[in-house]
Design a binder for this molecule. Sequence first.
Ligand SMILES: C[S@@+](CC[C@H](N)C(=O)[O-])C[C@H]1O[C@@H](n2cnc3c(N)ncnc32)[C@H](O)[C@@H]1O
Length: 380
Amino acid sequence: MTQNFFAPCPRGLEAPLCDELKALGAEDIRSTDGGVHFSGPGALSYKVNLHSRTASRVLWRVAMSRYNTEQDIYDTALALPWTEWFDVTRTIRVNMAAIRCPLRSLDFATLKIKDAICDKFRQEIGERPSVDTHAPDIRIHAFLEESQMTLYVDTSGDALFKRGVRQYTNIAPLRENLAAGILILSGWKPGTPLLDPMCGSGTFLIEAAQMTLNIAPGIGRHFAFEKLHTFNDEKWQSLRNEAIAAQIPVTALPIYGSDLYGDELKAARLNLENAGLLDAVTIKQANVLEITAPAEQGIMVANLPYGERMGELDEMRELYPKLGDVLKQKFKGWNAYLLTADLAMPKHIRLSVSRRTPLFNGALECRLFEYKVVSGSNRK
Ligand SMILES: C[S@@+](CC[C@H](N)C(=O)[O-])C[C@H]1O[C@@H](n2cnc3c(N)ncnc32)[C@H](O)[C@@H]1O
């Protein structure tokens, strides 16, 4: 039977997510700000959870109706067959998001949904599930608009950027799905040399290596759909086995990372080791101002420090023009994709920007600046 789904993603990555969904066989793909609606058989959610690099979650739509009051919300939630979907021993949590919702308290509306689910269980089997706001088995997401409510059961559990391989991070690590999305937006393709000269915990490097070696992002973790009564283990195992069979054995790849600080490199090394990718990627400690291009042509990606530490923004603004010089002098033939929340960066780097893409790193508004480094890239 066809089911409806919604996959939220970092804002700015809707287009690459649509492409991924299309490739995975989704239908009725419809993009909206911060996510993509799609439909398909129930097991499509397994596939998307396993293979999507850009989605943050996969939500299964279980109700959509008009509402005026909290009672309407309660009634819609009560009418759903919750006991058919999961066991009373599963813990639950209700998440709420709203746009132009006229109700006075979203907390109260959230509580009404939780009450309806518990009341339904009591009516049907005489017991109710417990709430666990920290690590629930089952998350229910409500989305309230002006007069329409939508309820979803979360098939992912932990957000999908938690791939289960990156365990060590220092300051300001990039979310894995944003890193993957930036690689896709840059047009980088497996086999093209890739350099992240500010690699931190190695997020871009791991994503790029996994993409090259066909390692499904979700292969090492569990998902909430495994806890639903509708779970088809046979189907899931066959999807996992297919994904494992498609993996390419680890080999040295033209993927390079460096960072100024030893602690960051240590984190990157541990994460690569944990992902089984240490032999695929070359990392070294270096100042971005002292590196040389590891190949004649390639793609450079970096997420520049955001100025979180005291004085860091001033340091960065001193660094930008020097970084611009490094690009001009040593990276002819390369395209660079620099992510930053400092919108004044292009003014200081003194190179012609060929594209700027708005992206959100969590709540932080950023831009991905594209620089095509050819002779004469420097701004007049
Ligand atoms: C925002 S973090 C990058 C985080 C990384 N993308 C991740 O996911 O973990 C910026 C990185 O730039 C590094 N950095 C700062 N100044 C540098 C310099 N002059 N040369 C090389 N790396 C530098 C910092 O050590 C930090 O790891």
